[in-house]
Design a binder for this molecule. Structure first.
Ligand code: B12
Length: 484
């Protein structure tokens, strides 16, 4: 069969991310014997993206068109951007060119499948396990059976949302299986990505054991862990290295849990380094609870160039309200540990959750000012995106802050504790940024529209990722132009 895969993500902020999942799924379809073409929208303006789609479809009629939808929105209360708004016109443009079965997939679809199916007009959606489910769906379609009933898919039937969750990934044992490493250069303009500081993503496990009230990770990946072995991770890194990638990002939702798994992977990476395979490694999520001297030392020996720490708050009341499963003491301890090492860290805080007050905001700001190394950037995000089905949604409804039905929550809606005004929080963070904390940034900084240009400049100068290591330099240069 003819299959078109469209990676619809055009968001290049805070950096363009390579559509790993879309490539993996396209490759799984090709390996199953289908003829597959790929359209990557990342570096295209909207009109151009639609134009390319139309002209491709005019000359080549795919039986099935997959649309990979990564982001619903930018998760930014200060400047909301609604990416999913591009899906309905895209689906219409595809339909205008003739019949093709339109299948939605991607992280956004795992988060809000019903709402995206309703809004986009696509035929069905793959809920999870794309590399397994999509080829099965294609196989059914090729023999004239209905795509919709494939295990792992969802669809609308006379306006009702239906799904056949089937044998989801939950039960699948990943141990010792190979980690799919797609031939990225076949599907994407990889040079363009790496020139914008994008690292090749590598996922070493699925699942999340935490119960953070706002989060969708369990919805996307399931609760129980399914782990790839350290050998499988090392093998995947070798393949990425051989393909020319010099930066590898662990896209596991939380890299250091289970901690022994992360340690095992780091040990395997140390051995790889001894054999001359030495990319820079990155991860955006370390949970403070499992930050230990031993882990950080191993990460340094393995060649990690930077790591994010998702502390979210330094106030016990807020951490409790968010059900983070750790308290302020752990956040302080993590700062003490990384302070004894050289590994650059990027601290992430979520302000405005249940229980947040002016006092708790001050607690977090004090922690950031006094305990975080001035060379480490600190990101303050105000407001929590509310997703249907989360504990945060229930809290917001109970507190009378949310009355929209789930369909209305596709356009971003945010929670901010009724005990504190979001404008006050943003202004307060702004005041700290305006002082001498050049390492502090807010959501406006991540959405700064000249970031891609800054990436290019640093990249041309031969700088290696992560760019956030240069936060203070960048802010110092931008300040005279009135840019915070
Ligand atoms: C790691 C990560 C990041 C890293 C990415 C690093 C990198 N090198 O890729 C960083 C920190 C940079 C990042 C940034 C952002 N992220 Co992020 N990120 C993730 C995370 C944890 C993992 C993503 C990943 O790579 N998964 C592994 C790959 C292999 O999976 P995948 O691409 O989803 O593909 C699988 C399936 O989706 C499916 N599939 C994919 N495409 C298709 C297509 C078809 C047709 C089919 C059938 C199936 C299919 O098959 C694949 C295999 O199963 C997810 C949460 C999660 N657990 O998924 C959030 C997540 C994707 N991010 C999210 C967001 C919001 C963002 C930001 C907008 C945040 C911000 N404020 O800036 C930015 C956007 C960046 C951009 N340019 O688009 C949201 C997106 C949904 C939403 N709420 O809108 C998520 C889901 C987290 C959440 N809040 O729920 N992110």
């Amino acid at each position: 069969m003819r299959v078109l895969m469209i990676s619809a993500n055009r968001n290049s902020l805070p950096e363009p991310v390579m559509p790993a999942g879309a490539c993996m799924v396209a490759e799984a379809a090709r390996d199953a014997g289908h003829e597959v073409k790929f359209l990557d929208f990342m570096f295209l303006k909207w009109e151009k993206a639609l134009g390319r789609t139309r002209s491709l479809l005019r000359g080549w009629r795919p039986d099935v068109t997959g649309i990979s939808a990564r982001n619903i929105d930018g998760n930014n209360l200060g400047g909301p951007v609604f990416f999913a708004r591009e899906l309905p016109p895209l689906v219409r443009a595809i339909r205008e060119q003739g019949h093709t079965l339109i299948v939605l997939g991607g992280a956004a679809v795992s988060v809000m499948p019903e709402e995206l199916l309703r809004a986009s007009g696509a035929d069905c959606a793959v809920l999870s396990g794309g590399t397994r489910v999509f080829p099965k769906l294609l196989e059914r379609v090729s023999r004239g059976a209905g795509a919709r009933e494939t295990a792992g898919t969802a669809w609308l039937s006379e306006g009702d949302f239906k799904k056949n969750a089937g044998a989801a990934d939950e039960t699948e044992e990943l141990e010792d299986k190979k980690i799919p490493v797609p031939d990225y250069a076949h599907w994407l303009d990889t040079r363009r990505y790496t020139a914008h500081f994008a690292a090749a993503g590598l996922q070493t496990k699925l699942g999340c054991r935490f119960d953070c009230i706002y989060c969708t990770y369990k919805k996307i990946e399931g609760g129980g862990y399914r782990l790839h072995s350290a050998e499988a991770a090392a093998h995947a890194v070798e393949r990425l290295w051989a393909a020319g990638f010099r930066d590898v990002e662990f896209v596991d939702n939380v890299f250091n849990c289970p901690c022994e798994h992360a340690m095992g992977i780091c040990e395997a990476l140390v051995h790889l380094k001894e054999r001359g395979v030495r990319p820079g490694y990155h991860t955006i999520e370390l949970n403070p609870l499992f930050v230990t001297d031993e882990l950080v030392s191993l990460m340094e020996r393995a060649g990690f160039a930077g790591a994010g720490i998702t502390a979210e708050s330094a106030s016990d009341a807020v951490l409790h309200g968010l059900q983070k499963g750790f308290c302020a003491e752990h956040v302080y301890r993590a700062a003490g540990i990384v302070g004894r090492h050289r590994l650059p860290c990027f601290w992430i805080f979520l302000l405005g959750g249940p229980g947040e007050t002016r006092n708790t905001v001050e607690e977090t700001l004090r922690f950031a000012a006094q305990r975080i190394r001035p060379s480490d950037p600190v990101f303050f995000n105000t407001g929590l995106r509310i997703y249907p089905g989360t504990e945060l949604e229930r809290t917001a409804r109970r507190e009378g802050l949310l009355s929209l039905p789930a369909e209305g929550m596709l356009e971003p809606v945010f929670y901010v504790s009724p005990e504190v005004d979001p404008c006050w929080i943003m202004a307060r963070v702004g005041r700290e940024m305006g002082k001498n904390h050049l390492n502090f940034i807010d959501q406006g900084s991540l959405g700064f529209r000249f970031l891609p240009l800054i990436h290019r400049m640093f990249s041309l100068a031969g700088t290696r990722p992560p760019l956030w290591r240069f936060t203070r330099t960048i802010r110092r240069v931008l300040r005279p132009f009135g840019i915070r």
